[in-house]
Design a protein around this ligand. Sequence first.
Ligand code: SF4
Ligand code: SF4
Length: 291
Amino acid sequence: MKLITILSGKGGVGKSSIAASLAVSFSKDKKIICADCDVDASNLSLVLGADEYAEWKDISTNEKAVFDLDKCNSCKKCFNECHFNAIEWVNNKPKLKEFSCEGCGMCELVCPQNAISMKKVNNAKIGYANTKYGFEVVSAQLNPGESGSGKVVFEVKKKARERGFDVEVMFIDSAAGIGCPVIASVAGSDYAVLVTEPTPSGFSDMKKALEVIAHFKIPAGIIINKFDINLNQTTKIEDFAKINKLELIEKIPFDKQFAKALTEMVPIIKYDETYKLMFDNIKSKLLKKIE
Ligand code: SF4
Ligand code: SF4
């Protein structure tokens, strides 16, 4: 199975829309599965028109500290060593701030009374949906206020592998940014597609995302979305791609049809037939990269 990750650095540049249409195009030639790794705000299944999950269940990828106050001698070591400021000091005893605890386990290590233990918590939901295009999309959603998104992303990729044992290509829709979920999305990929837009922030965030890819030595190419809204900035991105030996895979024009397609929950390749050729061309380029 080959893994293609779509990432952007900056959010809102059209990454999931492009991932959805690419997946539909690939599905005509290959057995594919999608992994929606944007676990803070998963929406790839919606972009693919699947508004119901075939399975959706709790998972635990994180722990939280539990205090046995009968054993506690109020030494305050846990309070002093918690780097996440997740412990309050109330009536001369520690009290956990549930939403701040990252489950690092430091307090358990330093407690001289064995008064602290780590308890697993259900911090996310995971499942899959069937799309009408003949492939599944595996998604997860972090519960409000919970942490551990990087580990949840690993669970999404693991489940996608389990569900798609005979699948040839997995499309990974990464979260925006350059944090844990992005690193977990990119790790192990065969190719990365960087989606950007010609704005200073889009370009800057794309370069940060590129650093993550470079760390893992993953070959990558660039898609400039809405390239015609700022041709000067587009030229800067193209020059950057040349200097850094990144393939410029495609330049997509600004088109209100994308927004209309999103509203209708239909990938643009299916909403407007004029985009079929464009996405089939992108597919051909990507197939050469992974085969
Ligand atoms: S597990 Fe880590 S984050 Fe949570 S209270 Fe203990 S030291 Fe703080
Ligand atoms: S480290 Fe252990 S004994 Fe010390 S205050 Fe915390 S819970 Fe109590």
